[in-house]
Design a protein around this ligand. Structure first.
Ligand code: URA
Length: 434
């Protein structure tokens, strides 16, 4: 087979055969197809899409591009959660230890920042010493010992996604329903899980902009999961404003710990509890939402969830002292305050703009080899619907280079719209699909 023919076929809107998709995945995995041809094909898929059969073949091929983790020796249910990506989306970090503290094993294989969105691995690596490059046997042993582990894909595990994910990140080809479906489901189905909770985000800070498209994506992922005999639940959740108050790698670790201490912003708390509740139900630890929430609140209040996070940090080589002393996390040299220029109500937040802003100040990657500055980020004090008075602080920008401070201020202010009339905030959870 010739790669140029496959690219041309997809570019012209034709359907790729099973053999062609498998040829591409083999070529990605054994590095025989150069990056420029892979990215050309990604762009063709972005524009022309893939039907359900192509998406299934792509998912299964990516999943089998490496080892499948065998967790059958671990007793009990293994349930994971994955988000399609957003700004300030640190949910996995408090959620995984919380759910594990309630008795459901959480084998979590996460990603790095993608486009304007942050990644769980980059956030965790803000913790001095924390390793996310576990080998599969380390991952399994840690799950056996403490019931939770978060790691990145290894060379052996889904190498096709690892490569595609990194290329999509820097070639503007993330926002594609078949590519997101295959990327997420191939990773998750290779983990050896019994159940999966998906957080499918829509809005101006998500890869998918409308609830209708998010529903199509959610249904595709639920159906692929079911076809492989997994219990999958998908939440459709709002990303028209960042989640929580702290955005950026180290800042999000602080907010995650706040949540485990029973503090933190209400939106993050609510989403952590609702997604965790569904994980307890899929993990057969609870049979109703009320029962699950009671267990989870108890684990937060008793400090067991926080303790589990501490144990996980320790197991992965991180400095557990950060839990009590946030000064041990990376911090920036400067904090730039952004003030409101008028009275009114926050009516709109350009969440995509804020995500890109964080990438721009060093919190994400612009090219595949960029190093992340874990310390930078934004504290956003005002959310949609909140009242503001002229000169109120809307946000703090955590930066290490102050030279172009005025430009940054101007840029950031353009992300926040203030209206004279009261505004109703969007609902956080729109729908749950099973
Ligand atoms: N998360 C993933 O793992 N893959 C995507 O394509 C988008 C979000």
């Amino acid at each position: 087979m010739i790669m140029t023919d496959i690219i041309r076929k997809k570019r012209n809107g034709e359907t790729l055969s099973k053999e062609e998709i498998e040829f591409v995945i083999d070529g990605i995995t054994n590095s025989s197809i150069p990056d420029y041809q892979i990215t050309a094909l990604l762009m063709a898929i972005y524009f022309k899409g893939m039907d359900d059969d192509e998406t299934s073949v792509l998912t299964s091929g990516m999943m089998h591009s490496g080892d499948i983790v065998n967790l059958s020796n671990i007793v009990g249910f293994k349930v994971d959660k994955h988000s399609t990506g957003g700004v300030g989306d640190k949910i996995s970090i408090p959620l995984a230890p919380l759910v594990a503290s309630a008795g459901v094993t959480v084998p979590m294989v996460s990603g790095r920042g993608l486009g304007h969105t942050g990644g769980t691995l980059d956030k965790l690596e803000s913790i001095p010493g924390m390793r996310t490059d576990l080998q599969i046997d380390e991952f399994i042993n840690q799950l056996k010992r403490i019931g939770v582990a978060i790691m990145g894909q290894t060379k052996e595990m889904n190498p096709a996604d690892k490569k595609l994910y990194a290329l999509r990140d820097v070639t503007a080809t993330v926002e594609s329903i078949p590519l997101i479906t295959a990327s997420i489901m191939s990773k998750k189905l290779a983990e050896g899980i019994d159940g999966l909770v998906l957080d499918v985000k829509y809005g101006n800070g998500a890869f998918i902009k409308t609830p209708d498209d998010a529903k199509i994506l959610a249904e595709k992922m639920v159906n692929i999961g079911k076809s492989m005999n997994k219990n999958v639940t998908a939440f459709l959740t709002d990303m028209n404003q960042p989640l929580g108050e702290k955005l950026g790698n180290a800042l999000e670790i602080e907010e995650s710990i706040d949540i485990l201490k029973g503090k933190g912003p209400e939106d993050v708390k609510e989403l952590v509890l609702q997604l965790a509740s569904e994980m307890l139900i899929l993990g057969k630890v609870a049979s109703t939402n009320d029962e699950a929430l009671k267990i989870l609140k108890n684990k937060l209040n008793s400090g067991e969830a926080l303790k589990k996070f501490e144990t996980m940090i320790e197991a992965q080589g991180g400095n557990t002292k950060i839990i009590e002393n946030y000064d041990l996390l990376p911090h920036t040299a400067y904090i730039l305050q952004i003030h409101a220029e008028q009275n009114g109500y926050i009516s709109e937040i350009d969440t995509f703009g804020i995500g890109n802003f964080i990438v721009h100040i060093g919190g994400g990657r612009k090219t595949i080899n960029d190093k992340i500055d874990h310390s930078v980020g934004v504290q956003l004090f005002k959310k949609i619907g909140m009242k503001v008075e002229r000169d109120d602080i809307i946000a703090n920008i955590h930066i290490n280079k102050i030279e172009n401070g005025e430009d940054l201020e101007k840029m950031f202010r353009s992300f926040i719209k203030i209206s004279k009339n009261p505004v109703t905030p969007p609902p956080l959870i729109k729908e749950i699909l099973k």
